[in-house]
Design a protein around this ligand. Structure first.
Ligand SMILES: [Zn+2]
Length: 196
């Protein structure tokens, strides 16, 4: 089998290498109640999707470096001037101006609290998180929005102080590189590849 698709950008164009879709052999679907007669076939398909992060790329790049980035409207004529957005919003919802990217790692370390949570015993397809998944909504001091993420250690409680952890070893460049643990958790308890 040839290699999975790889992409980089040069001269503002995607340069792609390898295979972006694979077809593997189909298999018969047979009827066990009727002498195993043929009913159809499975059509396995495996494809690589090119997902562009655009203006949010800095957010995902920073997670792997142990930093939580947010954005802030700095437009002096905007009613939302000074408002910090986490999750990261490229544009201000009020004035539609381009927000300033800021590092809010310290705010997160010092003020993050569980707003509410949800524990899921089952998951959808392609889940790679450990079950039960402890989804948490996180609030920060001075931030009007709520971040959705997951707790890696312990059991969530409303109002619980949590601190961010980052997958700094072999990052996936996805939102899964960011997780949370209760304040005071020892380094040895962190999941593999994560650090404070
Ligand atoms: Zn604004």
């Amino acid at each position: 089998m040839s290699m999975f698709g790889q992409v980089y950008v040069k001269d503002n164009k995607y340069k792609i290498k390898g295979d972006f879709h694979h077809m593997t052999q189909n298999m018969p679907i047979r009827n066990a109640d009727d002498g195993w007669k043929l009913l159809g076939v499975t059509n396995p398909r495996d494809m690589t999707y090119i997902h562009s992060y655009g203006g949010e790329a800095i957010f995902f790049e920073s997670l792997g470096k142990g930093k939580l980035m947010a954005t802030r409207c700095d437009n002096p004529d905007c009613d939302s001037k000074g408002v910090i957005y986490q999750p990261f919003r490229i544009h201000c919802m009020d004035c539609l101006g381009k927000n300033t990217v800021i590092d809010m790692t310290d705010i997160a370390k010092k003020t993050a609290k569980i707003h509410t949570f949800m524990v899921c015993e089952r998951s959808g397809a392609f889940n790679i998180l450990d079950k039960p998944i402890r989804f948490i909504n996180i609030e920060f001091e001075g931030v009007p929005t709520i971040l959705f993420s997951y707790l890696s250690v312990g059991h969530p409680e409303m109002g619980m102080r949590v601190v961010p952890i980052f997958r700094t070893t072999n990052p996936t460049y996805t939102i899964l590189d960011l997780s949370w643990v209760p304040e005071g958790t020892k380094k040895a308890k962190l999941p593999e590849g994560f650090s404070f």
